[in-house]
Ligand binder design. Structure first.
Ligand code: ADP
Length: 686
């Protein structure tokens, strides 16, 4: 948007440049810019636009400069647009300067602009505002303070900008003027020449036209009249070219003053008369008394005293009208000298007296100005301290607010965390309660099932036995009358009934294992295993199995019959589930691990897929075809029940085709008392 506005301004300048004056240009540009204000431009763009309009009014209407700058300031403030705020303050400074407000007020706005420009790194505005403050002091004849600000501005330029800058050349020229006013001709010349050389090198002709006059005065002061004359002539040409009549008139005055000093008046009278006409035509009234005075001096130099009196009286009258004290004083001085020359001493004395009165009042005014300058400097310092204090307060407030935010954030996160944990806890409590209920249900149904299994299996055994006995009797009696098929049927009945008997017995022993019936005792492990091996020796031999023992447990406490049962189940399974064509090999080991007795039965059999490692311990869970491997699917369920009752754990490590390792642990219980103390043993497993 900024570029758009700039382009628009450039465009409008080009459009209007050829036919109208610069003042009119600004007026037209501003009309167009103000029309843009009625559109929907908002935010930073609106601030930029308002600042642009404000600045364009600087030559024509300080009231408008102030009006638009204030609008820009208020928006920039609201949206925290620092750059916009900085320019608005600078424009307000310009407005107050043009409106003739006290230095204090004006320089305060420039100072505000400088402090923001420093924050955002806008060096040009920093330098420009320093220059503007310096101008204020320069105009109130406080050259020392003015110098301070000019030099600060120049320093900024030296650090951040290229040499060929218009504002820098202008500031150097102003520094030179200040030193000239302070009668420090050496430095006035040094800075003046710096400005001069930059202006020439970069062809800054408008600067030259404004400043050569001042530089010439320095050369006049050090008696280099020719150089001075040369500069003044050059200045006149440039001022004519730029139409800068005011500077031209000043230059003519300086030139004639120089000629008076050189005692070579040449075309001085003509130049001065021409200048007076020009001043009258352009209504440059404040310059007229000075020009009359110079003309009077020329006539005085030529001893034409009447003409001197005529022009110096005119000078005095117009100086009184325009309250121009220095020219009143100059006129009175020349008039007094003229009357003195004419021998009218009384008149000369009166005028000389008036001359002194004015000089005194000028000195008083100067003293008053100096006092108020000191006063305003003091006020400035107080204000600056106040601003600094407020800025510090603001910074502290800011850091307090950020701390408060952090604390709020931490407190909120803490609350959220508590809420989260509370919620999670409530949820998990609910889940636990639900699981407990399920467990209770499961336990009670399991107990009912076990009772039922016990009763059913016990009662079923008798009729089954009857079936087997009578079928065997029938087969024996009818041996010769039965055909092959009938005999086969009877065999099937007997086999089925026998299988059913095994199933019922297994079921019965499963149902009969109850905690209250654990017969705990201390027993020796290796002998127990040896007894087991001898009991199933026939089966081992039948299957040609190899059994390897590694028993590192001597005594242990538990129900030896049930533990033997577990080992038997695991061992027979290990032999039973052999891979086709392989000799079954089983490794039985028992040792201490982490305070428990660890038993392991490893085989080289068919192995079990990982997905069945848990399910395998459920009752009736079988993985193989009954024709390949017989069994009831109750053995491992019994093992788990026994180990659970002993507060131990049972698990399986296996992979299909790579053998299986069944492991179980029994807690190590050391009993000092007699192993027969059943109560103590029961407590140990509680
Ligand atoms: P079963 O009377 O069928 O042997 P179990 O409860 O002892 O009943 O075993 C359940 C199932 O676990 C078996 O049918 C078999 O599929 C599998 N199984 C048990 N031990 C082994 C083993 N050592 N190797 C391979 N599979 C086994």
């Amino acid at each position: 948007m900024k570029t758009y506005i700039s382009l628009l301004i450039c465009g409008l300048c080009c459009l209007l440049g050829s036919t109208t004056t610069q003042g009119q240009n600004y007026q037209n540009i501003n009309d167009s810019l103000q029309q843009m204000l009625s559109t929907t431009i908002i935010g930073k763009d609106r601030v930029d636009l308002l600042n642009e309009i404000s600045y364009n009014f600087r030559r024509t209407s300080p009231e408008n400069v102030l009006h638009f700058a204030k609008k820009a300031e208020s928006i920039a403030h609201k949206i925290n647009y620092q750059k916009g705020l900085c320019i608005a303050y600078k424009n307000m400074g310009i407005a107050y300067y043009k409106l003739g407000k006290p230095i204090n007020l004006t320089s305060n706005y420039y100072q505000l602009a400088i402090s923001i420009a420093e924050e955002i790194g806008d060096y040009y505005t920093q330098a420009a505002c320093n220059n503007n403050i310096a101008l204020l002091y320069n105009q109130s004849l406080d050259y020392n303070t003015a110098l301070k600000y000019y030099l600060k501005g120049i320093e900024i330029f030296d650090q951040h900008f290229e040499e060929g800058n218009r504002l820098k050349a202008l500031m150097l020229a102003n520094v030179s003027s200040c030193f000239f006013q302070l009668k420090d001709n050496d430095r006035a010349l040094a800075y003046g020449e710096r400005a001069n050389s930059i202006a020439r090198k970069y062809d800054l002709q408008s600067i030259l036209s404004m400043y050569l006059d001042d530089l010439a005065q320095v050369y006049t002061e050090i008696n280099e009249f020719e150089k001075s004359e040369q500069l003044l002539q050059e200045a006149r040409v440039l001022q004519k070219r730029f139409g800068d009549h005011q500077s031209y008139l000043q230059t003519v005055k300086t030139l004639v003053d120089l000629r008076l000093k050189m005692e070579d008046l040449k075309d001085s009278k003509f130049l001065i008369n021409d200048a007076i006409n020009l001043a009258k035509a352009n209504e440059f009234n404040p310059l007229i008394p000075g020009l009359y005075n110079v003309l009077g001096k020329v006539f005085f130099f030529e001893n034409q005293y009447d003409s001197t009196l005529y022009y110096c009286n005119k000078a005095y009258e117009s100086a009184v009208a325009s309250e121009d004290m220095p020219d009143q004083k100059n006129a009175l001085e020349i008039l007094s000298s003229t009357y003195h020359k004419k021998g009218q001493y009384q008149k000369a004395y009166e005028l000389f007296y008036s001359y002194h009165v004015i000089q005194d009042s000028m000195q008083n005014a100067q003293k008053f100005a100096e006092t108020s300058r000191l006063e305003s400097a003091y006020q400035n310092r107080v204000n600056n301290q106040k601003i600094e204090f407020l800025q510090q307060e603001k910074a502290i407030q800011k850091s307090r607010i950020s701390l408060l935010w952090v604390l709020c954030f931490v407190a909120l996160s803490f609350l959220l965390l508590i809420f989260y944990f509370f919620y999670k806890n409530k949820k998990s409590n609910k889940i636990i309660q639900q699981k407990n209920k399920e467990l209770e249900k499961y336990i009670s149904s399991n107990m009912q099932l076990e009772n039922f299994a016990y009763i059913a299996s016990h009662d079923l055994k008798t009729p089954l036995r009857t079936i087997v006995s009578f079928t065997q009797l029938l087969r024996r009696k009818m041996k010769h009358n039965l055909g092959e098929a009938e005999s086969d049927y009877l065999n099937h009945i007997i086999t089925g009934a026998k299988e059913m008997t095994v199933l019922i017995e297994d079921l019965l022993s499963y149902a009969m294992i109850e905690k209250k019936k654990l017969r705990l005792e201390q027993f020796e492990v290796e002998p127990l295993i040896k007894v087991l091996l001898s009991e199933i020796d026939l089966y081992i031999k039948e299957q040609q199995a190899h059994i390897f023992l590694n028993i590192q447990v001597e005594n242990m406490v538990g129900d030896s019959i049930l533990i033997k049962h577990v080992l038997q189940n695991l061992l027979t399974n290990a032999i039973k589930f052999t891979q086709d064509g392989q000799t079954p090999k089983v490794w039985i080991s028992a040792y201490e691990q982490k305070g428990k007795w660890l038993f392991q039965v490893r085989d080289n059999g068919i192995g079990i897929d990982k997905e069945f490692h848990e399910k395998i311990f459920l009752i009736f869970k079988r993985l193989n075809n009954k024709l390949d491997y017989d069994g009831s699917g109750i053995g491992l369920a019994i093992c788990k029940k026994v180990i659970d009752l002993h507060q131990g754990a049972i698990w399986l490590d296996s992979e299909k085709g790579k053998g299986s390792t069944f492991s179980f642990t029994i807690p190590m219980v050391k009993i000092a008392a007699a192993p027969q103390d059943k109560e103590q043993l029961s407590k140990a497993f509680a």
